[in-house]
Design a protein around this ligand. Structure first.
Ligand SMILES: NC(=O)c1ccc[n+]([C@@H]2O[C@H](COP(=O)([O-])OP(=O)(O)OC[C@H]3O[C@@H](n4cnc5c(N)ncnc54)[C@H](O)[C@@H]3O)[C@@H](O)[C@H]2O)c1
Length: 363
């Protein structure tokens, strides 16, 4: 898998205490990588980072990406072969309350990682994670492609659009002859076991179901490209592996979308309905006419990832939801199941990708 690119290699991840970072760290450990994480402490109880016991398995460093010197010290000490920058203030509604914190973390945090990479005098493939929300959303039935204009209505989305501009400027200004290669990755809304963030629909569903209460749904008509967390992670890993390869060229040191097939563009009501098939319960429409603006329609084109990386999604919408809910139900029955369920689902996803003949799974 992934051309065995990660076996015995050093990988620096920012944001390893978060939802996606913890899954990524676990997958890299399974592939024999030495993982070094840099992030803030987990903010939720429970947190996937704790449930997987990652503190004992990886180099775990508490730090702030807003602190340029701390980022540089950590990254240069690790001397990584690969970098995945995921640390971010990742919540749209929180960004309305804390715009300056969001810009400082997402824009300057990204600049600090790039600035540190300038001082790394060895080959390194770096994938910087932004989001599908970095595009100027026209609220049309249209799938955004990598060359579409960046933008963003709210502080979170625009901070990620701004981060993309910073990445592009740094790449063109400073990395032309550098052994460090840099790509960015834009994925849609991810779901999966172990997301405990406040204010996200799947964790909200699980918390309500655990308590036997109706699920509060505030945006039932909003449509998103839902995908299991392992889908974009496979894209990030394969992009990094290809970027580190001998024949990597400028086509790879670029921006890539990783999204689901069109069938997985569903609204929140459909998502909740599918969750209730695996964990029966009820939901309550709590749409607030005075709520802050959130995008209603958002779709991603993955033509470039398909063409250049031969990457494709491996789990259908229903499979992604079933795995997500099974994870939470298993952990609800016995908290000690978290690690084994996570590893089982990674193995299941790898098998599905092999069956779908996705390139990374065959190499
Ligand atoms: N979850 C999604 O649906 C989704 C969709 C598209 C893109 N993304 C992006 O993927 C990345 C990971 O998202 P997630 O869902 O795992 O988020 P998360 O909130 O679960 O985790 C965020 C991580 O960033 C770290 N972090 C936050 N502020 C920091 C700071 N100042 N210094 C150091 N570390 C800091 C946290 O400690 C945590 O480890 C983010 O860049 C996010 O914007 C997420």
């Amino acid at each position: 898998m992934f051309s065995n690119a990660f076996q015995g290699k050093t990988v620096w991840i920012s944001g390893h205490t978060g939802f996606k970072g913890a899954w990524l760290a676990q997958w890299l450990l399974k592939m024999g990588a030495h993982v070094h994480g840099f992030a803030q402490p987990p903010v939720t109880t429970p947190a996937l980072f704790d449930q997987l016991g990652l503190v004992k398995l990886i180099g775990h460093e508490i730090g702030d990406v807003r602190d340029a010197a701390a980022v540089k010290k950590s990254l240069l000490r690790a001397q990584p072969d690969f970098v995945f920058h995921l640390a971010a203030q990742a919540l749209v509604r929180y960004s309305y309350e804390h715009p300056l914190e969001t810009y400082a973390t997402n824009v300057m945090g990204t600049a600090h990682v790039l600035e540190s990479l300038r001082s790394l005098e060895k080959p390194c493939a770096a994938v910087i994670i932004t989001t599908d929300k970095c595009y100027e959303n026209r609220e049309q039935d249209y799938a955004y492609a990598e060359e579409d204009p960046l933008g963003g209505h709210d502080p979170y989305s625009s901070s990620k659009g701004a981060a993309e501009l910073v990445i592009s400027a740094y790449r063109r200004s400073f990395f032309g002859k550098s052994p460090v290669r840099i790509a960015s990755a834009r994925a849609g809304n991810v779901i999966g076991g172990g997301d405990w963030a406040l204010d996200r629909i799947v964790p909200d569903c699980i918390r309500a179901l655990q308590r036997g209460e109706a699920i509060p749904v505030r945006n039932s008509h909003a449509t998103r490209p839902w995908q299991h967390v392992l889908e974009p992670l496979s894209g990030y890993l394969w992009l990094a592996a290809r970027l580190a390869g001998k024949n990597a060229n400028a086509t790879l040191a670029a921006a890539f979308n990783f999204g689901p097939e069109k069938e997985a563009n569903r609204n929140v009501a459909e998502l909740v309905g599918e969750i209730l098939k695996s964990w029966p319960g009820r939901w309550d429409d709590q749409s607030d006419p005075h709520a802050h603006h959130e995008a209603k329609l958002l779709m991603l084109s993955t033509d470039k990832a398909k063409k250049v990386l031969q990457w494709q999604s491996a789990w259908k919408f229903e499979t992604a939801i079933a795995n997500t809910v099974n994870w939470y139900r298993g952990v609800n029955e016995n908290a000690a199941n978290a690690r084994s369920l996570t590893l089982q689902q990674i193995a299941g996803y790898e098998a599905a990708a092999r069956a779908a003949k996705t390139m990374w799974a065959l190499m």
